[in-house]
Design a protein around this ligand. Structure first.
Ligand SMILES: [Zn+2]
Length: 95
């Protein structure tokens, strides 16, 4: 944790914009959020596919160690992000 690498400004801006600054897990708008490294490696800050916007509560769930609570692991977080980040098709029409 001592040598934590910051997500570069322009990449952070893109992730926050693409996610509408909304947690990809609970999708509750307006909550304080942070950028989570899906692979938990802060040196891997340049790959948009490795970055997920999560609220503090859901970020805590990615940090679960031991106990009975199920960790929100990379496999799960990785499944939440594509829905949020995937651009809508140009012919998308609201149902
Ligand atoms: Zn959340």
């Amino acid at each position: 944790m001592a040598n934590r690498i910051q997500v570069p400004c322009e990449i952070a801006a893109q992730v926050l914009f693409d996610s509408d600054r909304t947690c990809c897990i609970c999708r509750v708008p307006g909550k304080p959020i942070q950028i989570h490294h899906i692979d938990e490696d802060s040196s891997n800050s340049f790959d948009l596919a490795n970055l997920a916007v999560v609220c503090f509560e859901d970020h805590d769930k990615t940090m679960v160690r031991g106990g009975f609570g199920r960790k929100l692991d990379a496999e799960q977080v990785g499944r939440f992000t594509p829905f949020l980040y995937a651009p809508l098709p140009v012919d998308f029409v609201l149902p």
